[in-house]
Design a protein around this ligand. Sequence first.
Ligand code: FAD
Length: 238
Amino acid sequence: MNDLPPSTGALLELRLESIQFLARDTLLYAFASPAGAALPPCEPGSHIGLHLPNGLVRQYSLLEGGREPRRYQVGVKRDPKSRGGSSFMHEQLRPGVVIQVEPPRNNFPLNEEAEHSVLVGGGIGITPILCMARRLKALGRSMTLVYSCRDRVDVAFLEELRSYENLHLHIDAEAGGVLDIAEVVKAQPANAHFYCCGPGPMLAAFEAATATCRRRRSTSSTSPRSRKPRWTAATRSN
Ligand SMILES: Cc1cc2nc3c(=O)[nH]c(=O)nc-3n(C[C@H](O)[C@H](O)[C@H](O)COP(=O)(O)OP(=O)(O)OC[C@H]3O[C@@H](n4cnc5c(N)ncnc54)[C@H](O)[C@@H]3O)c2cc1C
């Protein structure tokens, strides 16, 4: 799955097929070709760019990879300080509308050959992480899946996630504080590959905890205080 041809970049015209509730302030959107055609391929870690009817363009991580996908699914969390991306999607976008979509790009690739992968998702950051977990599970690879949310009402995909053997679900409100990422990292085997997607403060903790690891990719560009989701990957080399 890591050898897909590069995207041509031409915008796709896709119809919003359905909207489903996922968790508090979080909805699942499925887009498909109005003609029912297969869509350009995508991998775990890929995202698409939605050109919203209000003129804004926003990126969202795909929940499923595939060579000839029939739909693109994204989870969108409504940002309380939205300037019009997630709020427009939650309030205005309705099934049936056709919008332009930038084809998948992958800046967060998964190494499918790793002996053990550690996938850490915080809040809506679970979407690319779950996509990776689905792929590793299909391949029968060893993994630890860590999912952290502020409250139980923020947890998405719970039923599916329970089917993962090494799931560590952390709820801040029940644990009395945030996840200790340093402890998570310390507990993993040598040569583990780490991936994290979540809000700025979580990424900062992850980056500190994996500081001695070889960083494979990091495109964090917003302030560490920002709660916008960001992502990073690291490979332990010690
Ligand atoms: C590769 C990638 C994948 C992503 N995947 C997902 C995903 O799967 N699901 C998801 O929900 N989101 C995802 N995002 C985030 C998403 O693209 C949007 O940024 C998010 O929905 C918020 O958009 P918005 O227009 O509602 O909010 P925005 O208006 O962009 O505001 C978001 C935050 O920016 C701050 N802000 C607002 N105005 C300013 C300003 N002038 N200067 C500085 N800060 C400001 C606000 O305080 C707010 O906290 C992804 C982003 C990237 C880059």
